[in-house]
Design a protein around this ligand. Structure first.
Ligand code: ZN
Length: 217
């Protein structure tokens, strides 16, 4: 089990950790750490980027993924691998973390805003990669009105609502303003004003599903 320090503070980008295991993965090797700041890919959110350093060496991570309760930090075949027991430093790519957290938080907000306008809409999927992000809803979306949606979304960001994460019954939740809490293991900004500008780029209708594609700038 890897201790997930990224749960504590999205802006925390550097930490020390100990290598506790190795795993051959593809052509390279994944290292397992006792604790990490690297968010693994999952829940519709991409993996963090960055590198690890130790004893004058360093290696970029090619991917970060979850394997049960263990986080695998993947390194390329030609990269040096820190031996088990080595104290290393994790360096998370700040700009990538920030755009991922802003996009992911925007997906939460879009789900809340749609729920307020279209009571029968049910969010069923969120894809919060910075390019091509979308939230998909099921249910009777006939009441959806793009102009009202964009105005409500603009209001929710401009009101600069607080965003907090907490654990309840062993499950991590995120709560935005007075909206109901949502179970989530992702990274978030601390206020809706930090999301930036959210622009709806495409509305895709398919049978009883509607996908709202968006980008944050
Ligand atoms: Zn989240």
């Amino acid at each position: 089990m890897t201790l997930c320090l990224y749960f504590d503070d999205t802006s925390w980008l550097t930490c020390d950790a100990t290598v506790v295991g190795h795993m051959p993965l593809g052509a390279g090797t994944a290292i397992i750490l006792d604790q990490t700041l690297f968010h693994p890919q999952g829940g519709g959110q991409p993996a963090d980027k960055g590198f690890v350093s130790w004893d004058g060496e360093q290696a970029d991570l090619t991917h970060v993924r979850l394997d049960g309760e263990t986080i695998l930090h993947e390194m390329g075949a030609s990269d040096p691998v820190p031996p088990i027991g080595t104290r290393i430093t994790c360096h998370v790519d700040g700009p990538w973390r920030e755009i991922c957290a802003r996009t992911h938080t925007a997906a939460h907000l879009i789900a809340h805003v749609v729920a307020g306008l279209v009571p029968n809409a049910r969010p069923v999927r969120a894809h919060a990669f910075p390019h091509g992000a979308y939230v998909t809803f099921e249910g009777d979306m006939s009441a959806f009105d793009q102009t009202r949606f964009e105005a409500a979304l603009q209001g929710a960001t401009s009101h600069n609502l607080s965003i907090e994460a907490f654990t309840d019954g062993g499950i991590r939740h995120v709560k935005i303003g007075d909206f109901p809490p949502t179970p989530c293991g992702g990274t978030h900004v601390t206020r809706t004003g930090d999301i930036g500008k959210v622009r709806l780029t495409r509305v895709k209708l398919k049978q009883d599903r509607i996908s709202l594609f968006f980008e944050v700038t």
